[in-house]
Write a protein that binds this ligand. Structure first.
Ligand SMILES: NC(=O)c1ccc[n+]([C@@H]2O[C@H](COP(=O)([O-])OP(=O)(O)OC[C@H]3O[C@@H](n4cnc5c(N)ncnc54)[C@H](OP(=O)(O)O)[C@@H]3O)[C@@H](O)[C@H]2O)c1
Length: 279
């Protein structure tokens, strides 16, 4: 039995679907199993990491865990301990490309939070694999409200180039790391296959929708409102990093292809898969 935290989220849902399609037993944790729409064949189990979470039942019979820190907050140790007690021997953790195994790991909330969780998992006496993706393509869903309302997208740092990664590709790598040997002790850096600037991301979404969109540059301060759903410190750090990246080519890895045998999906493919989210 493979347990997935954040199973209703972007990566978790894609992972649950891919594992269930291959016939594996999967349990998706969610705060509200009655409301959760998990893929066919996936068992939904209740867990709320912000309080007494019923972790014993959540992990009963499990031998592997996909750990998405979203919602786990500071409860990583509690979650991992419960998983190991229940018999989990393999953990694949969704970490972040902000973790670089050098002095930068001690700076900023995004890196330090993921580093602390990675340490907890490494110390748990299990087989572990870290997935370290850079920018998720789904981050551009932040423009959905503007795109539904009109043809203009106001966003910061139009010239900043990134290599957005499709959540299904992160999930596909996770599938291999959960099921195959040879991933223990490895940190997989994950990106999309090509550099796409912020402005080009907007135009690409427009092309998928079949209508031209305009990009208008926003100042960093104005831009923070776009990410009001995220902690302000994380938003500040993210926008600073984006600004600092202008003029620098983004990291592009071949890890998705190397691990899965299939090239990473382009941002245009991501946009085509998500047109309904922008309509
Ligand atoms: N966005 C990026 O560019 C980026 C880059 C690198 C790494 N990451 C990593 O990816 C993570 C986000 O992954 P995602 O986009 O797949 O997540 P997501 O779509 O935002 O999903 C969040 C998940 O967390 C669960 N959750 C929230 N609060 C919870 C709680 N108190 N107890 C239990 N579950 C809770 C939700 O489940 P229910 O609502 O069903 O309970 C949901 O499944 C980030 O936290 C970060 O670690 C992101």
């Amino acid at each position: 039995m493979i347990v997935i935290t954040g199973a209703t989220g972007h990566v978790g849902h894609a992972l649950a679907a891919q594992l269930a399609a291959e016939g594996h037993a999967v349990r998706g944790l969610t705060r509200d199993p009655a409301r959760a729409t998990l893929p066919a064949g996936v068992e939904a189990a209740p867990a709320d990491f912000s309080g007494p979470a019923g972790l014993k039942a959540a992990f009963a019979g499990a031998d592997a865990l996909f750990l998405n820190l979203a919602g786990v907050g500071d409860a990583t140790e509690e979650v991992v301990t419960a998983a190991v007690r229940a018999g989990v021997t393999r953990v694949v953790m969704l970490s972040s490309g902000a973790v670089t195994d050098d002095e930068a790991d001690d700076r900023g909330v995004i890196a330090t939070w993921h580093v602390a969780a990675e340490r907890t998992v490494r110390a748990a006496g299990v087989e572990w694999t870290m997935l370290r993706p850079n920018m998720f393509a789904v981050n551009t869903l932040a423009y959905a409200g503007q795109i539904r309302a009109g043809d203009e997208v106001r966003a910061p740092h139009g010239d900043a180039a990134q290599a957005p990664v499709h959540e299904r590709d992160i999930a596909a790598v996770a599938v291999r790391a959960l099921l195959d040997d040879g991933h223990h002790g490895r940190a997989h850096r994950l990106t999309g296959p090509e550099a796409v600037t912020t402005a080009e991301q907007v135009l690409t979404i427009g092309a998928a929708l079949g209508r031209p969109l305009r990009f208008t540059e926003l100042s960093g301060r104005e831009a923070a409102a776009l990410y009001a759903h995220m902690p302000p410190q994380v938003v500040e750090e993210m926008l600073d990093a984006l600004g600092a990246s202008v003029g620098t080519p983004p990291e592009i890895t071949t890890t998705v292809r190397d691990v899965t045998g299939v090239p990473a999906r382009t941002f245009a493919q991501w946009a085509a898969d998500h047109v309904a989210d922008f309509r």
